[in-house]
Design a protein around this ligand. Structure first.
Ligand code: FAD
Ligand code: FES
Length: 281
């Protein structure tokens, strides 16, 4: 299989063109990219990221948010928070971007076979977890319950609204959503994502949990999951740090003994917990 998105030379970007840009929320957009020659395939593991190079602006790590079984394009969901992300979300179909990767170790979808998947996402954190949901739904017999807890700032900030509704209709799947501020027309839950635990159909002994969102949110969620009886080794989280090379060469992303780009971004809470607790002090 030829893999356009896997650069054999990790520091050399491959030129891709933007095929589609979909507005998810006022500040978040999903971009679909294809290799310029259009002929090659791209493959990735759920949870991996690419380094996207915006010409004249810079390079930044962005998780792949598309379906891992679809090899004809690479999909990214980007929230505009600064210069590089703003430039990314302003791209138009036909424009070119450089892509390096995919990089990193992703979610443990193989190890989680035969278990309940408990997915907890905050804000843009649903983007790196969406490939796990696609994977689990297309290999449904390999997994038991799928429980998704998702928190956003407001109803306007919810990503993938149509998909959330369609996932909620799947068998053995529970989708619980909460927002920080609901407004008058919001009929659902209001509060931080951990307040959803009391409604979740959790079976701690047979669960593998996957968390992505702001670090403070992951810390609270991981602690609550521990209280519910999950071991730290059953809890996985995706870490974010500033990156340069993305491939384990420069040391820019070092966190304790780990390089987030190469050893992660997905780690167990067993690995990250002691450092996250220390950092909090
Ligand atoms: C492994 C990995 C995967 C990532 N995946 C995604 C993804 O799928 N989608 C996505 O949108 N982003 C993702 N990010 C974050 C993204 O790389 C950063 O938001 C981006 O580098 C910011 O660059 P900028 O020039 O736009 O902002 P900067 O100019 O660097 O920052 C502008 C302001 O925003 C703040 N800021 C920076 N990053 C964030 C952030 N992540 N959240 C909130 N505030 C921030 C800064 O502190 C600063 O105040 C990922 C990061 C990593 C390490
Ligand atoms: S970003 Fe260079 S080692 Fe991780």
């Amino acid at each position: 299989m030829t893999t356009s998105a896997i650069t054999t030379e990790p520091m050399t970007p491959l030129v891709h063109s933007v095929r589609e840009v979909v507005k998810e929320t006022p500040d978040t957009f999903t971009l679909s990219l294809q290799a310029e020659d259009g002929s090659q395939e791209s493959s990735f593991q759920p949870g991996q990221f690419s380094m996207l190079w915006v010409y004249g602006v810079g390079e930044l790590p962005i998780s792949i948010s598309g379906d891992p079984s679809k090899h004809d394009r690479l999909v990214y969901t980007v929230r505009s928070v600064g210069k590089a992300t703003n430039s990314l979300v302003s791209q138009k179909p036909g424009s070119g971007l450089g892509v390096r990767g995919p990089f990193g170790k992703g979610w443990p979808v193989d190890l989680a076979r035969g278990h309940d998947l408990v997915i907890v996402a905050g804000g843009i954190g649903l983007a790196p977890l969406r490939p796990v949901i696609y994977h689990a739904l297309s290999h449904r017999a390999d997994y038991e319950r799928l429980v998704l807890l998702y928190g956003a700032r407001s109803p306007h900030d919810l990503l993938y609204r149509k998909e959330l509704a369609s996932w909620a209709r799947q068998r053995d799947t529970q989708v619980l959503i909460t927002v920080d501020y609901g407004g008058l027309s919001w009929r659902h839950h209001v509060g931080v994502v951990t307040t959803l635990f009391k409604f979740a159909r959790l079976r701690p002994a047979r669960s593998v949990a996957m968390l992505c969102g702001p670090e403070v949110m992951m810390r609270f969620v991981a602690r609550d999951l521990e209280t519910h009886g999950l071991l730290r080794s059953q809890i996985y989280l995706s870490m974010e740090r500033n990156m340069k090379c993305g491939a384990g060469f420069c040391g820019h992303c070092q966190y304790g003994p780990h390089f987030i780009c190469k050893d992660g971004p997905v780690f167990t809470y067993e690995q990250m917990g002691p450092m996250m607790d220390k950092y909090e002090l």
